[in-house]
Write a protein that binds this ligand. Structure first.
Ligand SMILES: [Zn+2]
Length: 77
């Protein structure tokens, strides 16, 4: 599976690859994060800047996604 998303540098891209699995990338929310093992499963801490080159990462689409879901729900009623 090809990785989708915006990668500022090769290091970031490599860190997200399944071989390394150092960072987590959420393709729907477009979030980059540090994976954390939780008692009840998996979570991640989002990061705003690339740890390797220092570039600002794209803003999370989570809020927009939630808003779109709510609007879709409202449209159904
Ligand atoms: Zn970078």
């Amino acid at each position: 599976m090809a990785l989708q998303g915006i990668f500022c540098c090769e290091e970031l891209k490599k860190s997200i690859s399944p071989e390394r699995n150092l960072l987590f990338y959420h393709p729907v929310f477009e979030e980059y994060g540090i994976p954390m093992a939780m008692e009840d499963g998996f979570s991640y801490m989002t990061i705003g800047f690339c740890p390797w080159c220092g570039k600002e990462l794209p803003l999370s689409k989570r809020e927009q996604w939630i808003k779109a879901q709510k609007e879709a729900e409202a449209a159904k009623e």
